[in-house]
Design a protein around this ligand. Sequence first.
Ligand code: GLY
Length: 400
Amino acid sequence: MNRNLLLYSLGILFLFTQCSPTPEQESLSIVIDRGFQRATEQALLMAKELENREGELPRSTHPDGSLSTSDYEWWCSGFFPGQLWYLYENHPTTELKKYAELYTGRVENVKHLTNTHDIGFMLYCSYGNGYRITQNPDYVEVLTTGANSLITRYDPAIGAIRSWDWNKEVWQYAVIIDNMMNLELLTWTSRITGDETYEQIAHTHALKTLEHHYRPDYSCYHVISYDTISGLPHAKQTHQGYADESAWARGQAWGLYGYTMMFRETHNPVYLEQARQIAGFLLHHPNMPEDKVPYWDFDDPDIPNVPRDASAAAIMASALIELSQLDPSGKEYLAFAEQQIRSLSSPAYLAEKGENNYFTIMHCTGHLPGNSEVDVPLSYADYYYVEALLRMKELRSRSE
Ligand code: GLY
C-alpha cells in the first residue's frame, strides 16, 4: 500500500470511528422511550392474559418455560399492579388505569395478613402508588389497615419487625435485609394519620438492621436471627446467597434502596451515610461486571460463569438515581444508574414484544440455592426497572 493510500484509509477509519454510533452513544431519551414502550406493550399483554383468571398475578416462569402466577399472598403480588400505575403515570390512558385498578384490587386482602413482613412490598407498591397518583380515598383504608397488620410483627424488646416465622428450630426471631423495603408503608402511614408510632417502629428497625446486618466492608448478611431474651443476634446467615459470609446481590440492593429511602423519609444523616457506604461497596466491587448487571452473588467462586440477577440491577439503578439527588457528591451514582438502565434496555436483558411470558426484563435470579427461579423474568425486576426509567426521566425533565 502506498503512503497516500495508507493515510487515506486511516482517515476513513478515523471518520468512521468518530461518526458511527455505538450503543453507549445512543441518546438516553431514546433508551428510556424504548424501555417504556416495551414495558407498556408487555404489561398490557400480561394484563389481558390474566384478566379473566380470577385473583392471579404474574410471578415468573416455571421450569418448563410457562408463565407462573400467584395469588395475593405471595410476597410479589403488588409489583404488577404497581408497575401498571407507573406506566399509567408515564402515559395516562384509560386502558392502563383500568388494568392498574383491576390488579390493585386483587391484592386488597393483603391488608389482613399478619403472618408476613412483606406487606409493604405488596401494598405500598400497588395501593401506595395508586393513592399517590389518583388520591382515591378508598385506598387509604387498605394501606393503613395493612400498616396495622405489619406492626403486629414488631417486638419492642428486640426493636425489629419479625420477617419470617418458619425454620424456628434454627431462627428464634428472623429479620432479613429485604425487610427494609417494608418500612416506607410505615413512614407514609405516620404522615397520613399523624400518629408517629409507625415511623418510630420503622426508625428502630432500620437502626437495629444497620447495627447487626452490616459487615465492616458495608456488605450485609441476609438473615439475622435475634435471641428473644437478650435481643442480640444468635445467628448471621445468607439464606438466598452463596454462603453465609458472601454478598448476595439482591440483598445488597435492598439495603441500598432501603437506607436511601429512609434518609428521604426521615432526613436522618445516619441513613445517608449508610447508603453512601453501601453504594461504595457495590460500585467499586471487583466482581461487578462491565455492563453493571450483578452476578447473583458477588462471591460465587465460579464467576463469570454464573447467572446474573437483573432484578438487583433494576433495584440498584432506581436507588442510585434517588441517592444522586440526596447526596451532593452524587454524580457517580447517576452515571452508574445510567449504565444499568442502558444495559437493561439493550437486547441482552430487554425482552422482545410478546416474548418472555410478557415480562419485560430477562435474566434474573430468585433463589439459586433453593434451585428456584434461576435465569428467569421476575415481576419485581420489571417494577423497579420501570421505576428507574420514571425517576431518570423526571430528573432529566427537571434539569432541562
Ligand atoms: N426474599 C425476597 C427476595 O428474594 O428478594
